[in-house]
Design a protein around this ligand. Structure first.
Ligand code: TXA
Ligand code: MG
Length: 311
């Protein structure tokens, strides 16, 4: 992408407008994180309740430190190892971040994205950018510029097209607010990898994990409009027309469409949403997804599929 497009985006951000941009995980719907009127436009465009906090995207550890009231050693270690990358750190916030960004809670989710367009946009704007996934609330996240256009269309002032995203599911969200780190949303940087660096990581909801508010994580989310069901390998519903998403093997009944997915978690995540977006346009009665392995690298994928299947 030429720098002129990014400059145009940066100008819009500085003027309080909305710009959709690629990150390595999914596309984000961005606004100046320090401008509460601009951030209000994000909630309106998505139809998102004001009770769900936004992630603030930064271009450096230095910018993150300027937005958080505390920067513990664990934050330094994790940021040094995983930024830029798909890891969001929840920390106490500084007062300069407007309450609307964080849904009124005293903490902020910070992340330095690994996509060159995202980094260039933040640098050119010279501002932290608040951005949720660039889709209407509750829908599947966008992994291409076309997905953003279909979901939000005219509500966005500019969509920067950086091609399909690589990681394919949203970042891991880790709280560093309490006594020990707590995983609020699993992602492709796994709990195990984080533990290797900073010791034991609790899970939100665990007794002993303390109270880590995780607004927005308890609602139905990440869903295609076609009914999604999680099934044992090969076991598809008997009635209706549907698609099966799984690994090679026998099916209990014939299906309208079978999609064989990669057995590698990173490769699976990378194509999951694009595959669901595509199948969602086919007017099927259901999409049956074989439950992925119960293994550490699949935790983020299993989480998204469970949410997509709950209604
Ligand atoms: O990969 C991603 O994280 C993408 C790209 C665009 O960066 N963003 C994304 O944002 O998925 P969003 O808004 O769709 O999801 C953000 C989630 C919220 O639903 C909430 O669960 C959690 O992150 N979150 C954000 N700030 C938080 C905070 N201060 N405390 C607890 N949870 C927070
Ligand atoms: Mg989202």
């Amino acid at each position: 992408m030429d720098h002129e497009q990014i400059e145009k985006g940066a100008n819009l951000i500085r003027r309080g407008r909305l710009v959709a941009f690629p990150t390595e995980t999914v596309y984000g719907l961005g606004a100046n994180a320090l401008d509460s009127a601009a951030v209000a436009l994000i909630f309106a465009a998505k139809g998102r309740p004001r009770t769900v906090p936004l992630i603030v995207h930064v271009d450096s550890i230095e910018m993150a430190r300027g937005l958080s009231a505390e920067w513990p050693e664990a934050a330094e270690k994790l940021a040094k190892r995983y930024w830029p990358g798909p890891l969001t750190l929840v920390l106490p916030k500084q007062a300069r971040i407007p309450d609307i960004v964080t849904a009124g809670i005293g903490t902020v989710g910070l992340r330095m994205p690994a996509h060159p367009v995202a980094l260039d946009l933040i640098r050119s704007a010279g501002l932290p950018i608040a951005a949720p996934s660039a889709n209407r609330f509750g829908e599947l996240s966008p992994t291409t510029a076309a997905h953003v256009r279909e979901s939000l269309g005219e509500k966005v002032d500019l969509i920067l097209d950086g091609g399909p995203t690589e990681v394919g599911i949203e970042s891991t969200v880790l709280s560093l607010v309490g006594a020990g780190p707590v995983l609020l949303r699993p992602g492709m940087i796994s709990q195990r990898e984080i533990e290797r660096l900073v010791g034991p990581v609790g899970l939100a909801g665990d007794p002993g994990a303390g109270s880590h508010p995780s607004p927005g994580m308890h609602t139905r989310h990440y869903s295609p409009s076609t009914r999604l069901v999680l099934v044992a390998p090969g076991c598809v519903p008997e009635s209706g027309r549907g698609a099966y998403l799984g690994f090679a093997g026998e099916l209990s009944h014939p299906v309208a469409k079978a999609v064989w997915m990669p057995m590698n978690a990173a490769m699976y995540a990378s194509v999951l949403y694009e595959t669901l977006h595509r199948l969602d346009r086919e007017g099927l009665d259901w999409i049956a997804v074989a439950t992925p392995p119960d293994a550490p690298d699949w935790m983020g994928i299993r989480d998204r599929l469970r949410r997509a299947a709950s209604r």
